[in-house]
Ligand binder design. Structure first.
Ligand SMILES: NC(=O)c1ccc[n+]([C@@H]2O[C@H](COP(=O)([O-])OP(=O)(O)OC[C@H]3O[C@@H](n4cnc5c(N)ncnc54)[C@H](O)[C@@H]3O)[C@@H](O)[C@H]2O)c1
Length: 396
């Protein structure tokens, strides 16, 4: 089978949990080179995934004419610059969200993409989550979404410490701005945001399709709670999706009441959950999350290991064997990458989110922050809204 040749820049968290394993198992992709500023990470990735070349200089990767596409998985301060450089070197680019810190930088990527005539796919992978593709199909058969509610909540209080308060909306909610635009096939007409404390807020969107959407965003939740839930009201029916594993439909004669979806595995981790989730849906998911949370609490709470002889075994399970808790459901990462590779081979336009979609998500994120700050609704007459970009310099 023909494969598109990839290089990856950035071998950190998302690369290790998703892109490196996915690029090595995607049927239409071949990963030739891995690049990171940290040479140890390069060597570890090469060894683990059998990647033939490694470098700490991205220019070396970009100069390789055999490489057709580059995955940019660095942090958001580098993503737009590296994407533009890769486009100018003639590469297609799959770049992680949020693409850039400002709407202007996203706009610059749009311009570079148009000039280069190469594809840019932004890592809004939820467009490829099987549960959300089915949800969109169900909603489309009944006049489309009229009212959407989305909750996203997790332990950002523990892993997002490096970021200033209040910017989770740019890093995490950007996924949902894109998802709601994709589900409704529509742009936003207005946005309003109110917070109870930094990184705990509700955002209300009115879409041009007539749909309204509310996003409950919290970085103060527990891992015991599933991270994401989608609820949609259509013309006469409704649907819910619990954490990508269970879609329930209400009031539709043509669809099953319940659809369950397999989980997502990592090649060197225990994989039972992948099949378990397809069989048990939300019930299995709740049990797994509760188990992981209880184990972690139990291990952390113990000072004297003699009190608890299984401690070592449990720690090994938590840190080495257990499914990656936030990556054990299928949010579409693998299919988003393989679809992109297929489009590179065929020349067909990818269905991935584009740089222009990332630009729209960025405009919405900044407008939500502005609304939260001054308490007013932001209305969009056209796409090019003035954007307040100063918030990122605030310190936590
Ligand atoms: N789509 C998703 O589900 C998802 C999930 C998590 C993170 N992300 C996004 O992925 C991006 C990366 O996040 P992360 O947690 O992996 O970050 P990270 O800090 O763990 O990894 C970034 C890596 O990039 C490397 N790097 C930085 N600049 C470089 C350069 N110029 N050349 C080569 N290597 C360079 C760093 O050394 C580091 O290893 C972020 O934008 C984040 O928002 C997306």
């Amino acid at each position: 089978m023909k494969k598109a040749v990839f290089g990856i820049i950035g071998a950190g968290g998302i690369a290790q949990s998703q892109h490196l394993p996915n690029l090595t198992r995607a049927p239409h992709a071949f990963l030739k080179t891995v690049c990171d500023l940290d040479g140890d990470r390069v060597r570890a990735a090469q060894e683990k995934y059998g990647v033939p070349h490694g470098t700490t200089d991205h220019r070396e990767l970009l100069a390789d004419e055999e490489i057709q596409a580059v995955v940019v998985a660095t942090r958001e301060d580098q993503q737009a610059l590296l994407t533009i450089e890769a486009l100018r070197a003639g590469k297609h680019v799959y770049v992680e969200k949020p693409l850039a810190l400002t709407a202007e930088e996203c706009q610059a990527v749009v311009a570079a993409q148009q000039e280069a005539g190469r594809f840019v796919a932004v890592g809004f992978n939820r467009r490829f989550a099987p549960a959300y593709r089915k949800a969109k199909e169900v909603a489309s058969c009944d006049g489309g979404a009229r009212n959407i509610h989305y909750r996203i909540s997790d332990e950002y209080w523990s892993w997002g410490k490096d970021y200033p308060p209040g910017v989770r909306v740019l890093h995490e909610v950007c996924h949902l701005f894109d998802l709601i635009r994709w589900l409704t096939e529509s742009d936003a007409e207005s946005v309003y945001c109110v917070e109870s404390r930094p990184d705990d807020e509700v955002i209300v969107l009115k879409m041009r399709s007539g749909c309204i959407a509310s996003i409950m965003n919290s970085g103060h939740a527990t891992m015991d709670m599933p991270k994401e839930r989608l609820e949609v009201i259509t013309e006469r029916g409704g649907l819910t999706v619990e954490e990508f594993v269970e879609l329930r439909t209400y009031g539709y004669g043509d669809f099953e009441p319940v659809y369950r979806f397999a989980g997502h595995s990592h090649p060197d981790r225990e994989y039972t959950h992948k099949f378990l989730l397809e069989k048990t849906g939300a019930e299995g998911l709740h049990a797994l999350r509760r188990m992981g949370w209880e184990m972690r609490e139990r291990v952390q709470g113990l000072e004297d290991e003699r009190e608890f002889p299984e401690r070592e075994e449990m720690q090994r399970y938590i840190h080495r064997d257990a499914p990656l808790w936030n990556y054990m459901v299928d949010k579409g990462w693998l299919e988003a990458m393989d679809h992109f590779a297929r489009c590179i081979l065929s020349g067909r336009s990818p269905e991935n989110a584009t740089a222009a979609d990332a630009w729209q998500a960025s405009i919405l994120g900044h407008a939500a922050i502005k609304s939260r700050k001054i308490g007013t609704v932001t209305y969009f007459r056209c796409c090019k809204m003035p954007v307040d970009n100063n918030i990122y310099s605030e310190k936590r």
